[in-house]
Write a protein that binds this ligand. Sequence first.
Ligand SMILES: Cc1cc2nc3c(=O)[nH]c(=O)nc-3n(C[C@H](O)[C@H](O)[C@H](O)COP(=O)(O)O)c2cc1C
Length: 187
Amino acid sequence: MKKIVVGVTGASGTIYAIDLLKKLRLIPDVETHLVMSAWAKKNLALETDYTLDQIKALADVVYSDRDQGAAIASGSFLNDGMVIVPASMKTVAGIAYGFGDNLVARAADVTIKEQRKLVIVPRETPLSVIHLENLTKLAKLGAQIIPPIPAFYNQPRTIQDLVDHQTMKVLDAFGIHEQTAKRWEGD
Ligand SMILES: Cc1cc2nc3c(=O)[nH]c(=O)nc-3n(C[C@H](O)[C@H](O)[C@H](O)COP(=O)(O)O)c2cc1C
């Protein structure tokens, strides 16, 4: 059983988190542990038709972002890594400086100290030097930075096509190789 921690923050793109959780739910030997920041919940309502209960129902275990005593706040809870999708620049900064003021940032801090896989899907544009330096620091620490930058070689037609491709990249990072979008196989 693979255990994946999914952190969702208040950057634009909550749809990416929903899509990832939906796809992980279809994989029998994956258990998802979901934590959403306060602003992730706000953006869920602003950007999607999903209710909080609906997104929570996609995960196996759900934590409050205020619960610093949760299992995922400790290194002794064994898991296969964490993805933060989408990741706000505020959360990226918090992680880069070890400032675990909520459970998303604390779980990421633990993921780094335990040297487990950390995947960050940062969303902001334009990116300032502060953002780029924080992301660079996290990449140097071993985090995999997978920004939601669409590719067009697979000729996407819908928003879902774009989201599928992004989710495929995140799943690939966890060694889950689903054919959820068209891969480039040479011309
Ligand atoms: C509609 C909306 C869209 C936002 N989009 C972004 C974004 O794309 N990137 C970002 O870094 N912050 C964005 N923000 C700001 C964050 O939500 C804000 O910095 C918040 O404090 C992040 O907190 P969190 O990381 O704990 O969720 C957005 C806020 C709103 C209301």
